[in-house]
Design a protein around this ligand. Structure first.
Ligand code: ADP
Length: 201
């Protein structure tokens, strides 16, 4: 894949709204959150290792991972969390690389909430940050997740600061307007990415 564009942004900034619009245009979107789920699917070696380490009660009756139970086990245990991350992070990285290599659309989108916090940054030629003011971010996330203000504010506080994220952006996708406005922003970027992919730069 010659051109991979990374899409990131804080919770509720509109990453999914943006990636959906690229998908509508036939562009394949590789999603880091999906890759993280794929590597622990039944039949994958990571799931067997997790069941071996934490015990079979970390699995649900159908043999899939009990995510809530796993979260509970690593929540306040740094050693267990670190064990889990050392197992899964390289596998997630490989899964993302494999999925990007299989892309046949003219360019690829790689969506990740942790693009700028991790070595995932190295997988992309361009970083596009979806950006909205914090009050809009709070309002849209609360409406989507039915979470209270305190919960959303805690998540926002744990994420990279808006200014820091913007500083690392090659492209800023302003999503403070309507979804129609976003549509035309994505269309313009799509045309630009197609041209760039064709030039092979
Ligand atoms: P993220 O994936 O970054 O967490 P989403 O794409 O899920 O964010 O957007 C958060 C919420 O805001 C969703 O409910 C989405 O439908 C809504 N939303 C996104 N962009 C807009 C917009 N431009 N106008 C109104 N609502 C929006």
């Amino acid at each position: 894949m010659s051109l991979v564009v990374g899409i990131t942004g804080g919770i509720g900034s509109g990453k999914s709204a943006v990636t959906r619009k690229f998908e509508d245009r036939g562009i394949t979107v590789v999603d880091a959150d999906i890759a993280a789920r794929v590597v622990v699917e039944p039949g994958r070696p990571a799931l067997a290792a997790i069941a071996n380490h934490f015990g079979a009660d970390i699995l649900l009756a159908d043999g899939s991972l009990d995510r809530a139970a796993l979260r509970q086990r690593v929540f306040s245990n740094d050693a267990e969390r670190s064990w889990l991350e050392q197992l899964t992070h390289p596998l997630i990285g490989q899964e993302i690389v494999d999925q990007l290599e299989a892309v046949t659309s003219p360019y690829a989108i790689f969506a990740s909430p942790l693009l700028l916090e991790t070595s995932q940054r190295e997988l992309v030629e361009l970083v596009a940050v979806v950006d909205v003011p914090e009050d809009v971010q709070l309002e849209r996330t609360m409406a989507r997740d039915d979470n209270d203000e305190g919960q959303v504010k805690r998540i926002m506080a744990a994420q990279m600061k808006r200014a820091e994220r913007l500083e690392m952006a090659d492209i800023v996708i302003d999503n403070s307007g309507s979804l129609e406005r976003l549509e035309s922003v994505v269309e313009a970027l799509h045309v630009q990415f197609l041209a760039r992919a064709e030039l092979g730069t």
